[in-house]
Each structure stands twice: as structure tokens, then as C-alpha cells.
Unconditional design. Structure first.
Length: 352
């Protein structure tokens, strides 16, 4: 991507792909940060541009930040540009401010949005080119924009002639993750954008999820949430003490601060041509559970994730993440807080 003219309403973006047939005036796009800060991602509305080529679009206003549009010294530094608008929109109805018991001590905006939850034994699920906005709920565990909840095998191994897939979704301005895969295997997630969300964005939950494929997805502006210590920033880590045993004070640097655009809880999953373009902590975080967690604990024989071969990992890009691009963590605590070990489910920062 590159800028042609630097003037209000006259900025033209030069893109790598042809978009003129699908990107229309009035649509909203996001341009990723190419700096160290994820907060330099910017949204724009498209304007009519009769003189534009099939690889150009004109934006309303002008950028606040510089965005690199070149390949420098052999490194592709060009900003990712994603279409946020879809012709099918599912959204949560929002109040003007935070209210009730919706964690208003941490958020000044409403975080109680809509959610879509899919359970096992469905006939078929093929979600394509849908926009999800103001979805997910910080107050409620398990209420995410899109949640495959304990569905088991959803590919041919599970008896589905056409494997289950998610294709071309736009998930943005959401309040609890982007897409959660919980005790579900064989799901294909492709061409999906997750932008400006709270907590781990593309999230494998319990450590038994396998054979899922993430292909050509983009996540950016992944911000801290409250649900798990791994989602929390320093303030949230030391403030939320409901499951911490008595007077134990968590150490944010080793027991929280792990929010990631891709949170992969089992090695036997595939990541191909994805981009993690801005998270509070990490772009891609592999965490190899010593045992399964949550509702999945004891559900299946332990997978021994630390001994499981890694699935396909190819052509992924990470940038503009504050802590790390790629992180591999060889263990987390999975038991409840007790006198012997007062921590709850925490990231232990045993990186490799």
C-alpha cells in the first residue's frame, strides 16, 4: 500500500490486489500500523474515485500517521489494508456508556454486546462474508462474537461431507475476543479480519483443539481484556483478585500480560499466511498445556501437547506488537488457587 497525494479527501491508496469491483464508496477500511505502536492503525471511509485504477481507492480525510508502502532492503514493509464493511451486518445494540456491573471500573464504554454460539451436532455451518460489530461480552465468560463451543470434530472425521468453515468475516469493535474455538477440531478459518477487540483474538481455549486451520487471516489492535490473567494488562492483573488465594499479589510481567492476536493452545493446528499486525503483548503465542483446562479437563485422554508435533506454520507475518512477535510457552498453571499455589490460571513466561 502507498499514498499518492497527502491532502484531505484527495489521498489515494495504491493496493496490491484488485478491489474496484468489491470495495465501494461508503465502505469502511482499516490501514494497519507499520510502526512499533499498534495504535497507529487507522480507519477510513471510501470516497468515489472515477479516475482510480482497479488497484486504487480514495479515502475521506487524510492519515494521522505515516504508513510504509514499500519493500525496504528486501523486507516487505507495506501496510495491510482490510475491508471492514460487509453487506450482512450483525451487531450488538450499545448504550452510550458503561452501566451496571459490566466492569465499569475498567471501561468507560458499554462492553455488553451480542454473541453467536454454535454447539455440537449441527447439520452444517458455513459462515461467509458477514460483518460482526459490537459483539462479545466482558462480563460473561463464553460470550464471544463467534464461538464454536465443544463441537467435537467438524470436518470429515466428524461425518461432515463438506468441512465446517468461516470465510471472509469482518469482526471489529468487539468486546471479548474475535473467534473462539473450544473443544472443536478440524475447523477452517480463512480470509477473516479481527480488528479492535478485547482479549486474545483468534483463541483456542482448552488445549485439546486440534487440526484447525487458520489461513490468510488478519488481526490487529488486539487490546487487553479481563477474562483470563493472560488477557490482562498490568492494571487489570493486580486489580482483579477474585480467584487469587488470600493476599497473594500477582506479578504482571510473568503471570499476566500475554494478550495475543493468535492464542494457540495445542501445536497440532495449522497457521498459514496469517498476519498479526498489532497486539498489546504478542502476535502469535503458542502455549503447550501440560493438561487440558476448563470444561475439557478429563474429557479426552491427555494430548501431551509439549510432545505433539507442530502443525503447518508457513508464511505468517507479525509486526507492531509491544512484547513479542512469536512466543512459545511450555506450560501454564491449570489448577484452582490454593494455599500451596495461590495463583489462578496464569501464564508462566517459560518462553523458547
Amino acid at each position: 500500500m502507498g499514498f499518492l497525494v497527502d491532502a484531505a479527501d484527495q489521498v489515494v491508496l495504491n493496493l496490491q490486489d484488485e478491489v474496484q469491483q468489491t470495495w465501494k464508496p461508503g465502505d469502511n477500511i482499516v490501514v494497519a500500523s507499520t510502526d512499533y505502536s499498534m495504535h497507529q492503525a487507522e480507519e477510513f471511509t471510501l470516497l468515489p474515485c472515477p479516475q482510480c485504477t482497479s488497484r486504487q481507492v480514495r479515502i475521506q480525510g487524510k492519515p494521522r500517521y505515516n504508513h510504509v508502502g514499500e519493500i525496504l532492503d528486501g523486507v516487505d514493509m507495506r501496510a495491510e489494508v482490510a475491508l471492514l464493511s460487509r453487506n450482512i451486518l450483525v451487531y450488538g445494540e450499545m448504550e452510550n456508556s458503561c452501566y451496571g456491573d459490566n466492569l465499569c471500573q475498567f471501561f468507560n464504554h458499554d462492553t455488553y454486546g451480542g454473541h453467536i454460539k454454535i454447539f455440537r451436532n449441527f447439520s452444517s455451518v458455513h459462515l461467509s462474508h458477514v460483518e460482526l460489530k459490537n459483539m462479545g461480552q466482558q462480563r460473561e465468560m463464553g460470550s464471544y462474537p463467534l464461538h464454536f463451543h465443544m463441537c467435537g470434530d467438524v470436518d470429515q472425521r466428524g461425518g461432515y461431507r463438506e468441512p465446517t468453515y468461516v470465510d471472509g468475516l469482518s469482526i471489529h469493535h468487539s468486546f471479548s475476543r474475535c473467534l473462539t474455538i473450544h473443544a472443536t477440531n478440524g475447523l477452517l478459518v480463512k480470509n477473516t479480519v479481527g480488528y479492535d477487540t478485547l482479549g486474545h483474538c483468534f483463541f483456542l481455549e482448552d488445549g485439546i483443539e486440534q487440526r484447525n486451520t487458520f489461513y490468510h487471516n488478519l488481526g490487529l489492535l488486539t487490546q487487553p481484556g479481563t477474562l483470563l490473567p493472560t488477557d490482562r494488562n498490568e492494571t487489570l492483573c493486580t486489580s482483579i483478585r477474585d480467584k487469587v488465594y488470600k493476599g497473594y499479589t500477582p506479578s504482571p510481567s510473568t503471570e499476566c500480560k500475554a494478550v495475543s492476536t493468535f492464542w494457540i493452545a495445542n501445536p497440532n493446528n495449522n497457521l498459514i499466511s496469517n498476519v498479526a499486525a498489532g497486539s498489546q503483548d504478542a502476535g502469535i503465542w503458542f502455549v503447550f498445556h501440560s493438561s487440558s483446562t476448563g470444561d475439557s479437563h478429563g474429557l479426552v485422554p491427555e494430548t501431551k501437547a509439549e510432545l505433539t508435533p507442530l502443525g503447518i506454520f508457513y508464511n505468517n507475518r507479525v509486526h507492531s506488537n509491544f512484547k513479542a512477535g512469536l512466543f512459545i510457552d511450555k506450560g501454564v498453571k491449570t489448577s484452582n488457587a490454593s494455599a500451596a499455589d495461590p495463583r489462578e490460571y496464569l501464564c508462566l513466561d517459560n518462553s523458547a
